[in-house]
Design a protein around this ligand. Structure first.
Ligand code: PMP
Length: 414
């Protein structure tokens, strides 16, 4: 995934943009320049139509009905699970658990895997993590006294893997790292981390929230034990995502929540749980979300990824080069391997003020700590950054508009 290209891109961005109604609007009297894709992506028409079609024709609860609509809804829902399996290249459809998104996927593992842990057991995360991959482990530390260890990050915002051998000990029970950093855009060497952890018999959870939006994912090639993803980051609906877990884990781990749909039999003295993945899916799920996610991932799988990767690298290079020219501007996160995310600060200008001025010019960026306080504090941006996060539907005119707007904001604020 996401190798740095050396060929010119032939990718037709304008044809692709046409599939995104939200991109065709003006904001504050200016054409919208949407550069907040790491927070959430816009949705193509095929996703909007799939959700619309479900509500118009197929709406029913799944798994429990004998009637036609319930059978249809169940069929679509289970087809969505198969699409996720395909998009992650999981070995079996039973390895895909529907969840609300990456946050819930990590909380599921922390709650369920956490039941095996004792005081003094170690969980190894990295300094580059989103709060979603810090706080659930912190909660386990509070509850049972596990020890949280941290792979350090270099000043460029890359993981310092030279520290890894000393950090994996006989007490390490799990390594949990992100695939791609939302705050800086760094692509992490997750395959290498999985190999090193597995050499010590330690399983690995990968927070994949920012992985699929920028490429194809292959959990078998990566070698991870768990992979968490969010639909809304990958051009699908909000409130739906998936946890991939290798089958032996799903057989072994206890359920996360109890309720309907996750059981085989219930009496007042005993409950027999359903086999995975149902065992981890208590209650009525986000059926329409799953159906929208299926449409998003089927569309995503059909894209020309080698060209998109080359194109995204061009966007990143152009935005980085242009922004660097602005006096006092410092890019936070300059690792060699990045997705098109540019996080920056400008001396003497508060990120929120820059963001507000950009919004007035029709440009949507995110400002603040991006749920990654530790790494921003380490890299000297404790008050946060301005983050422009691109998707492949952004074009070079938008890069130019961003650079011009940041110049103007800087002039107005200094
Ligand atoms: N991890 C990373 C790297 C993220 O970027 C995000 C979302 N910003 C999350 C976890 C949490 O995802 P969600 O809010 O969709 O659960």
């Amino acid at each position: 995934m996401m190798d740095t290209p050396n060929t010119a891109s032939t990718f037709d961005v304008e044809a692709l943009r046409g599939q995104f109604p939200a991109l065709q609007q003006t904001v504050n009297g200016k054409p919208l320049v949407y550069l907040d894709n790491a927070a959430t992506t816009q949705k193509p028409l095929c996703v909007i139509d799939a959700v619309n079609q479900f509500y118009r024709l197929d709406n029913a609860n799944i798994h429990r009905g004998v009637h036609a609509l319930s059978a249809r809804a169940t069929e679509h829902y289970e087809a969505a699970r198969e699409q996720i399996r395909h998009s992650l290249n999981a070995a079996a459809v039973e390895e895909i658990v529907f969840v609300r998104g990456t946050t819930e996927a990590i909380n599921l593992v922390a709650a369920s895997f956490g039941q095996r842990l004792k005081a003094g057991d170690e969980i190894l995360i990295s300094a580059l993590e989103h709060h979603a991959n810090i706080v659930p482990w912190h909660m386990l530390r509070e509850r049972i006294g596990i020890v949280l260890k941290v792979i350090p990050v270099t000043d460029l915002g890359a993981l310092d893997l030279s520290a890894l051998p000393a950090l994996i000990t006989s007490r390490t029970r799990l390594v949990a790292v992100n695939h791609v950093s939302n705050a800086l855009g760094t692509i992490n060497p997750v395959q290498e981390i999985c190999a090193q952890a597995h050499a010590h018999g330690v399983p690995v959870l990968v927070d994949g929230a920012q992985g699929l939006p920028h490429g194809l994912v292959d959990v078998q090639a990566m070698g991870c034990d768990f992979y968490a993803m969010s639909g809304h980051k990958a051009f699908g609906p909000s409130g739906v995502g998936a946890l991939y877990a290798r089958r032996p884990w799903l057989d072994e781990l206890p359920p996360y929540q109890g309720g309907g749909d996750m059981i085989e039999t219930v009496c007042f003295d005993a409950v027999r749980y359903a086999p995975p993945p149902a065992k981890f899916e208590a209650g009525t799920p986000n059926i329409e979300g799953a159906i929208g996610l299926k449409a998003a991932l089927a569309w995503h799988a059909g894209l020309d990824w080698p060209s998109i990767t080359a194109y995204e690298a061009q966007l990143l290079a152009a935005a980085t080069a242009g922004l660097k020219e602005i006096p006092g501007l410092r890019i936070i996160g300059t690792a060699a391997c990045k997705v098109p995310v540019v996080s920056f600060v400008i001396a003497g200008c508060h990120p929120h003020d820059i963001g507000t001025l950009l919004d007035a010019m029709g440009i949507a960026v995110r400002t603040g700590q991006h749920c990654a306080m530790p790494v921003l504090a380490q890299l000297g941006a404790p008050s946060g950054t301005v983050r422009a996060s691109f998707a492949f539907y952004n074009n070079t005119d938008e890069v130019t508009a961003l650079i011009r707007a940041v110049h103007r904001a800087h002039a107005l604020l200094s």
